[in-house]
Design a protein around this ligand. Structure first.
Ligand code: TYM
Length: 471
């Protein structure tokens, strides 16, 4: 791996499974030795310092190491100017913190040129946790903001190939189940297409892109990017092409039409947590050779595990996560019992010294789930100054999480099998894009004439055919 740096990570205990609480595991193994942070799609750990103390993930360092670009206040200003929408609280608070080529997407939106959103889920179990909801909540906001198509990929093949335990029928079932959870986040069915890799998508234009991408990826590239070695199965290696192929508009002629010259110019924007970035670094390296646009990305941090900010929630460790299926009581008990506190040991000390909001899990969760900036600032001040006790901040966190999960569960009840099928249908999507695109320079007009037609025509239904990748 060259242009876009690789991580050179060590193999995971069980690749593809939700990461273990690796920071604590590492700390137990080597309490007196520092361990560097490690972030891959299969493992998330902030590392351990010399004294054996667990460290939070250093996202600035990660951005540098991955070769991504930090999201600056200037970029947020431009986002607001171009879209006319206040940046999402995740953007305002640095939860969405880095990107690749987001400006290109803003340029296109400004000019009224088409693009789409792409995100996904690896269905490793039938229960998603609130951490998984983060990129989907953000994607919903972006879909509303840009009024553009959205493709959601469920990588049941990935979870099958990466797991020693899971059977094919398990992951297929999880995919359809998780799809209903994702639908309940609130995506517009007229603008959204969902699919699972082992479903009807195989044998379509999508698969042409998978194999064309696979042909360009060497095993060495995969070893470098993901830390795989000769012991990984060929499915794990091949899968990288499957996650990449969704980045190309030509994979979806039922959405974008079948004119390859036009459709290959349509890029996507991928919202995800930073762990998924290695897949797309790989994809970006080979996209140009296929005469496709490189995907743009927008990365979020992880919602930390209850145990602290050096790891992410894990679906396989009940005590690490708040699940979307948890009852109000379960939420209350988990926060009270397990949530790592940045508060002091005694009320007296808390009043004197205050709490540390940078590591306090209840406060961290509030930054994700509490919309009101002023209220968040009030809580921060009160907690840091020692006016607010640990028990109080936990109560506030419990209330917001109970509210969020109850709202989700209410919407989830309405997602029947018929509703799911609507999202999985190979149907044209209806979207409008920017209602007020800027006028281009007269000089640009002629050159851009063709593109203009494409952007105006993209609300129309397009014929379903098959666009060809550069083989
Ligand atoms: P998966 O199922 O591991 O995760 C789904 C999405 O959730 C993000 N994520 C989190 N975000 C915040 N806090 C957390 N604690 C947390 N845990 C997980 C992940 O980054 C991801 O965005 N291979 C992928 C599926 C996939 C995909 C994609 C994801 C296919 N195409 C395109 C994103 C974009 C996977 O197993 O995701």
């Amino acid at each position: 791996m060259t242009k876009e740096t690789s991580t050179g990570s060590a193999p995971a205990d069980e690749p593809g499974q939700p990461p273990k609480l690796t920071t604590s595991a590492l700390a137990e193994q080597a309490p007196a030795k520092s361990v560097a942070q490690l972030i891959t799609p299969f493992e998330v750990s902030g590392g351990v310092d010399e004294s054996g103390k667990l460290l939070p993930v250093d996202y600035e360092k990660l951005t540098r190491e991955f070769g991504a670009t930090p999201i600056t206040p200037q970029l947020l200003e431009r986002f607001e100017r171009v879209t006319g929408k206040k940046p999402h609280r995740f953007m305002r608070r640095g939860i969405v913190f880095s990107h690749r080529d987001l400006e290109k997407i803003l340029d296109r939106y400004e000019k009224g040129e088409p693009f789409y959103l792409y995100t996904g889920r690896g269905p490793s179990s039938d229960s998603m946790h609130v951490g998984h909801a983060i990129p989907f909540e953000f994607t919903k906001y972006l879909q509303n903001t840009f009024d553009c198509p959205l493709v959601i990929q469920l990588t049941d093949d990935e979870k099958f190939m990466h797991s020693k335990k899971l059977k094919l029928e398990d992951v297929k079932r999880f995919a359809l189940d998780n799809a209903k959870d994702i639908i309940a986040i609130g995506f517009d069915p007229a603008k959204t297409f969902m699919f699972n890799d082992t479903g009807g998508i195989m044998g379509t234009a999508f698969f042409d892109n998978v194999i064309s991408m696979a042909k360009r990826i060497t095993a060495n590239q995969i070893f470098g990017t993901f830390g795989f070695n000769g012991g990984n199965n060929v499915g794990e290696i091949f899968f990288c092409a499957v996650q990449s192929a969704t980045s190309f508009a030509t994979s979806f002629p039922h959405i974008f039409g079948d004119n390859p010259t036009k459709v290959r110019t349509i890029p996507c924007l991928i919202p995800c947590a930073i762990d998924q970035d290695p897949y797309f670094r790989q994809c970006r390296e080979n996209a140009a050779q296929m005469k496709y646009q490189k995907p743009s990305l927008i990365h979020s941090v992880f919602l930390p595990a209850l145990q602290g900010p050096g790891s992410k929630m894990s679906a396989s460790i009940d005590a690490s996560a708040i699940f979307l299926t948890d009852t109000p009581n379960q939420i209350k008990n988990k926060i009270n019992r397990f949530a790592f506190s940045g508060g002091q040991d005694t009320a007296e000390k808390q009043r004197e010294l205050g709490g540390d909001t940078t590591v306090d899990v209840p406060f961290q969760y509030l930054t994700f789930f509490l919309e009101d900036d002023e209220e968040l600032a009030r809580i921060k001040n009160a907690y840091e100054s020692g006016e607010m006790m640990t028990g109080e901040i936990k109560q506030i966190c419990i209330r917001y999480l109970q509210e969020y999960v109850a709202g989700f569960q209410e919407r989830r009840k309405a997602v029947t099998e018929e509703v799911r099928q609507e999202y999985f249908a190979f149907k044209p999507l209806a979207y409008k894009g920017n209602p007020n695109p800027v006028k281009k320079d007269a000089a640009d007009d002629k050159k851009e004439g063709e593109k203009e037609k494409a952007s105006q025509g993209h609300t129309k239904k397009m014929s379903v055919g098959r666009a060809k990748p550069e083989n």
